[in-house]
Design a protein around this ligand. Structure first.
Ligand SMILES: [Cu+2]
Length: 142
């Protein structure tokens, strides 16, 4: 069916303009660090602290040996899993690491917001020292 002026296309063009504006707005306030967007997925992960940032010692970072994350989703939305590994983890603004020490066992929320290219730890709970962690490769991870 033909319609004059193609309202569908006009609506689409308007949406495209809005989407562009939204992207510009997001880019503009990147430094404002708004709370994680609704697209963010939060994984509850366990691990052992390998290093904590030491004030006054540049280059020291928050590094964690974490268990596998079998349901980890990549940028395309595919469940690819993340193997157990030792890695640097960015932390959310205001999250204090002051009480943590290397060797501490922790459970943390890892927020992954692919649309905004933002990965960060938003919460950390200390686990009892006797907690048994498994750093074996997860069979569900390809
Ligand atoms: Cu990892």
């Amino acid at each position: 069916m033909k319609t004059r002026g193609n309202p569908g296309r006009t609506a689409f063009a308007a949406l495209a303009v809005l989407a562009t504006l939204a992207v510009l707005a997001l880019t503009a306030c990147k430094d404002a660090r708004p709370p994680a967007s609704p697209q963010a997925r939060v994984y509850v992960v366990r691990g052992q602290v390998a290093q904590v940032p030491v004030p006054g010692r540049p280059g020291t970072q928050f590094i964690v040996h974490h268990e596998a994350v079998p349901d980890f989703v990549d940028k395309t939305g595919a469940v690819v899993g993340m193997e157990s590994m030792t890695m640097y983890l960015p932390t959310a603004k205001g999250l204090s690491l002051a009480t943590l020490q290397p060797g501490d066992k922790i459970r943390f929320d890892l927020s992954v917001d692919w649309p905004n290219d933002r990965v960060e730890v938003t919460r950390i709970d200390l686990l009892p020292p006797e907690t048994r962690l498994s750093f074996e490769a997860n069979p569900g991870v390809k």
